[in-house]
Design a protein around this ligand. Structure first.
Ligand code: HEC
Length: 142
């Protein structure tokens, strides 16, 4: 291939890559996770440690709404292997428990949601550990 042809082929390939990236195939873990982060923090702020604190009352609606959105985002993950799918499913299970408890606003809901939150955090972390991103993302929470 002549140098010029090689150059043209390169431009075409980059253009295809760029349109692919912007028109979007599947969303990446990074994109989905940065959405998860926002709602995760909302739930974490309501960690159940101060259920009746007048300065930080437990916000059932916010927690239930955040969990619901997170379940929807989690469903958008695409999986290339079984481990990825399994961990994502664990995340969804814990989120469903949080949503259910917060929505019901029943006695003990704060504790149930708080308990599920601990497992949720571990499940998020499990995926980050497996895919070796923990090191890269030291500043992220979790
Ligand atoms: C199925 C695997 C998986 C699950 C489940 C998962 N993550 Fe991630 N997460 C990743 C991967 C992979 C990355 C690294 C993406 C990259 O850097 O390309 C990441 C990165 C992140 C980042 C950094 C994003 C950025 O902008 O760089 C945050 C924050 C994050 N995850 C939060 C969460 C939270 C909160 C949960 C649980 C609700 C969660 N993740 C669940 C795989 C997962």
């Amino acid at each position: 291939m002549k140098v010029k042809n090689f150059f043209v082929a390169g431009i075409i390939a980059s253009a295809m890559f760029l349109t692919g990236a912007t028109t979007g195939f599947a969303a990446s873990d990074q994109e989905l996770c940065s959405k998860q982060r926002v709602n995760f923090l909302k739930i974490k702020m309501n960690n159940g440690l101060l259920p009746n604190d007048e300065f930080a009352p437990y916000n059932f609606k916010e927690v239930a709404g955040a969990a619901k959105e997170m379940i929807a985002v989690e469903a958008k993950r695409t999986h290339n292997d079984k481990t990825h799918a399994a961990i994502s499913k664990m995340v969804t299970v814990h989120l469903a428990k949080i949503q259910e408890a917060a929505q019901a606003e029943a006695v003990g809901a704060v504790e149930v949601a708080g308990h599920a939150l601990r497992f949720l955090e571990l499940s998020c972390k499990a995926c980050h550990k497996v895919y070796d991103t923990e090191k890269k993302n030291r500043k992220m929470s979790p």
